[in-house]
Design a protein around this ligand. Structure first.
Ligand code: SAH
Ligand code: SF4
Length: 343
């Protein structure tokens, strides 16, 4: 399947312009590109389903291209809040997880951008499993399409916060953002998309340059380099001040405020002195702090603070005029929460 597929082109990762150019080279009328593109973004899994194309064209497409799909291997539905955790597989048998959530304003899906992750954060189940490979733009799109189809819903928000570090798969992620927001595709506004990064500074700067109005979440998790290094190995490569200056650039270039993710880990970063230090670091930066009481990961001896400590941390930030909230847990009973996704 793999070698078979790899000789063909991944048609669902192509932009409409690229498809038009290909059709032209192949001697096909270019209006066919739009027809094909629309079918792909409606989530068809075979060229046979493109019923308004002639048999000859469908055959030609089958010979030159393949359509990547995400197959539902398993799904868990939360008893608390209808959150659904999916295990999807791709053509080569690799699997990722995605989480579909229901909010008052619609449906949101948290998708994966890589199989595994290279970053090795100490508190993250994905990081513990190592890295397998990057996902293609079409495989990101396929997760959204497969969940929509399976659950019979229309997804209105996407978060790139599942398995993997999106900015470590930069080109495919940018391609995905352009595809999913294209008018002829799902037409989902970039403002309804969030991307979370552990703080890869050069890629954050490049991402700011793209000028896409996506919400950028930055996994800060610490008020200084010493504490950050205990949790995120990437902190050895990039200093917190550089991460924050890249965040400032993002705010300036896109006009959007950024979100700082802060997982509270008992005895590591959850004391009031940490809140004070965080507040002074973030002063003047247009951002919002999202506090996440750590989700325990079986393999690690790391724990969340008590509810009272979480509240005290929040109040201390607020007292210092830092906009902050404690994140609502979704799907905790199905290990669908942050950092609990594995293969
Ligand atoms: N790689 C990206 C996006 C995926 S992780 C990133 O790190 O930002 C999504 C979020 O879950 C990140 O903020 C991450 O730090 C957080 N997270 C990971 N493990 C967690 C855990 N055990 N408890 C709470 N949050 C966790
Ligand atoms: Fe990778 Fe994000 Fe997990 Fe860190 S928290 S290991 S960057 S997925």
């Amino acid at each position: 399947m793999e070698s078979f597929a790899s000789q063909k082109k991944d048609i669902k990762s192509m932009t409409l312009d690229e498809l038009r150019a290909d059709m032209k080279i192949q001697g096909q009328p270019s209006y066919k590109a739009l027809q094909i593109y629309r079918w792909l973004h409606r989530g068809v899994s075979s060229f046979e389903e493109m019923t308004d194309l002639s048999k000859i064209v469908r055959q030609f497409l089958t010979e030159k291209y393949y359509i990547s799909v995400a197959r539902v291997e398993n799904k868990l539905v939360s008893d608390y809040d209808n959150t659904i955790k999916y295990l999807f597989s791709f053509a080569d048998g690799q699997c990722v997880e995605a989480v579909l959530m229901e909010y008052q304003h619609g449906r949101s899906i948290c998708i994966s951008t890589q199989v595994g992750c290279k970053m090795g954060c100490t508190f993250c189940a994905t990081g513990l499993g190592g890295f397998q490979r990057n996902l293609t733009a079409s495989e990101m799109l396929s997760q959204v399409q497969a969940a929509q189809k399976d659950a019979g819903v229309r997804i209105s928000n996407i978060v790139l916060m599942g398995m993997g570090e999106p900015l470590d798969n930069y080109n495919q992620v940018i391609r995905f953002l352009r595809l999913v927001s294209s008018q002829e595709g799902m037409n989902l506004g970039m403002r309804h998309i969030s991307l979370s990064t552990c703080g890869l500074v050069p890629q954050m700067r490049a991402f700011a340059e793209e000028g896409l109005p996506v919400t950028l979440s930055i996994s800060l998790h610490a008020p200084n380099d010493d504490v950050r290094k205990q949790l995120l190995p990437v902190a050895n490569a990039y200093a917190i001040e550089d991460v924050l200056s890249a965040a400032r650039e993002y705010v300036e270039k896109t006009g959007r405020r950024v979100i700082f993710e802060y997982a509270l880990v008992k005895g590591v970063n959850s004391e009031l002195r940490h809140a004070d230090e965080l507040a002074s670091r973030l002063r003047g930066l247009r951002g919002h702090v999202n506090l996440i009481p750590l989700n325990a990961v079986r393999e690690r001896d790391l724990h969340p603070p008590t509810r009272a400590d979480v509240d005290a941390f929040l109040r201390r930030l607020e007292a210092r005029h830092i906009s902050a909230t404690v994140r609502r847990e979704m799907g905790a009973d199905i290990e669908g929460a942050c950092g609990q996704l594995r293969r």
